[in-house]
Structures are given as C-alpha cells and as structure tokens.
Design a protein. Structure first.
Length: 65
C-alpha cells in the first residue's frame, strides 16, 4: 500500500509538471481532472493504510514509536 501511495505521488508530480507546461485550455482541464482522480485515489490508499494499522496491534504500536 505504501508503494502505491508513492506511485500516486510520482504520478501527481508528473501531471502537475504537465499542467505547468500546458498551453492548451482543454489539455489543462484534462490534467486537472487527472489530478483530482489521483488525489482521490491517494486519499483512499491513505485511509486503507490507517485502517490496516488501526486493526493491527503490533503495527499500531510501531506507528506510535
């Protein structure tokens, strides 16, 4: 799950770079849509990680350290 979160972060960076370089309004709109999708997926992965940690006594203890 952490690997996927890192992948989504890299994808977001790439899309953000494309947005900065975009000169076309339609392309910018498409990129912004992708950024929203990536952000939503990242939030879902973060929530899943939190749930997994909360439900595992050992992981929960390690996170507190």
């Amino acid at each position: 799950m952490v690997t996927r979160l890192e992948q989504l972060g890299k994808m977001r960076s790439g899309e953000n770079n494309r947005l900065q370089a975009s000169l076309n309004k339609a392309t910018s709109k498409s990129i912004k849509t992708m950024l929203r999708v990536i952000d939503k997926q990242a939030q879902l992965v973060e929530d899943e990680i939190k749930t997994l940690v909360d439900n595992d006594k050992q992981l929960k203890h390690q996170v507190k350290l």
